[in-house]
Design a protein around this ligand. Structure first.
Ligand SMILES: O=C(O)CCC(=O)C(=O)O
Ligand SMILES: [Fe+2]
Length: 357
């Protein structure tokens, strides 16, 4: 879900992130939808990170998701490990602290439960799409699925908005989204005053997919602006946080840039719920526009959406990396080194890790 990288000089030196109300995306009148999409486009260009209001997801769905998540993580580790992600076929389940490791980074102080598009007619031909592993906790599956479905539908609205913002037919992306490898993570950042100050909740990274719809419960999230400064993203009641991911950067030929973000050591117990919105696994992601200003013609090469995601996941999740290093699992063709987007890719070649390391 993440690649690590620094900042993009194509963003402004914003000191807070903009708010975009997307109520107008549901309007019957095309001009209203277009005007709303223009606001989306501006936020995606200038910051790559914004609050989303007018999302339309009912509060009880969110409250039930949060309550189930609290109950789930309050269980003993041995109970949670019964649904360890390493025993699933579609990369779903419990992710204990230390399972994910990023290049050169400290181990994140977090645990998670990951679910994907719950495609129960198994087997599928895609490694990250299939039937989810669900814990036996009563109501968990129902409430998490209900939230997933609502958030995925919201994501489809945004995909239509981004298409308009890029000057494309409204259904350009949604035509390619039927069984996407879009993951919802339930993340728990435990509060532990003894954690060293430099051990983050999540180290700096960009997200791999097109965009992310995030619901946080407490402060701690920071985003890097175009001047390389870390800017606080406090919780804004009633709003989601949206950020542009790697695939949208490619699609827009650099007009929208995936934005680096991180979660610092938390000052209170924190939960957050990102839905990583992707196109279908086999979708070839290639620029749909001429290069943005300052972007060379060959900067963005076509990449198979799911392969990019899977390759990055193999390199960061211990259970997959072990299989890869043992030779029982191959990286997909599209494998790129981690951190191959944005400024790190432009300027810091020497820092970039390689898939073989
Ligand atoms: O917890 C958060 O607020 C951010 C999580 C995040 O960046 C991610 O999961 O990719
Ligand atoms: Fe992220």
């Amino acid at each position: 879900m993440y690649s690590s990288r620094h900042y993009s000089s194509r963003h402004t030196a914003f000191q807070s992130i903009p708010v975009v109300d997307i109520t107008g995306l549901r309007a019957d009148h095309p001009a209203t939808r277009q005007a709303t999409a223009a606001n989306l486009g501006q936020a995606a260009r200038e910051a790559g990170f914004f609050y989303l209001s007018g999302h339309g997801i009912p509060t009880p769905l969110i409250e039930r998701l949060q309550a189930r998540t609290r109950d789930y993580f309050a269980q003993p580790l041995a109970e949670k490990m019964r649904d360890y992600i390493g025993q699933s076929h579609n990369h779903s389940g419990y992710v204990p602290e230390g399972e994910e490791q990023f290049y050169g980074g400290k181990v994140d102080k977090k645990e998670a439960y990951d679910v994907g598009f719950d495609l129960t007619r198994e087997p599928t031909k895609w490694p990250m799409v299939g039937a989810n592993q669900w814990p036996s906790l009563p109501g968990f599956k129902e409430d998490v699925k209900a939230y997933y479905d609502a958030a995925l539908a919201l994501g489809q609205h945004l995909f239509r908005g981004f298409a308009l913002a890029l000057g494309l037919p409204e259904t350009t992306f949604t035509d390619q989204i039927t069984t996407p490898p879009s993951q919802l993570r339930l993340i728990h950042y435990p509060f532990d005053p003894d954690t060293p100050a430099d051990r983050p909740g999540i180290g700096a990274h960009t997200d791999y997919e097109c965009f992310t719809l995030l619901l946080p419960t407490a402060p701690g999230l920071e985003v890097m602006n175009g001047a390389g400064e870390w800017i606080d993203v406090p919780v804004k009641p009633g709003c989601f946080v949206v950020n542009i991911g790697d695939m949208m950067e490619v699609l827009s030929n650099g007009a929208f840039v995936a934005t680096s973000h991180r979660v610092r050591k938390v000052a209170e117990e924190r939960y957050s719920f990102p839905l990583f919105c992707s196109c279908d696994y086999d979708t070839v992601i290639a620029p749909v526009l001429p290069p943005a200003e300052g972007v060379t013609n060959d900067r963005y090469q076509p990449v198979v959406c799911g392969e990019h995601l899977y390759a990055q996941t193999i390199q960061t999740f211990r259970y997959l990396r072990d299989q890869w290093q043992a030779g029982t699992l191959a990286l997909p063709d599209a494998a790129r080194a981690l951190a191959s987007f944005g400024r790190l890719a432009d300027n810091d070649e020497a820092e970039r890790p390689h898939a073989s390391e």
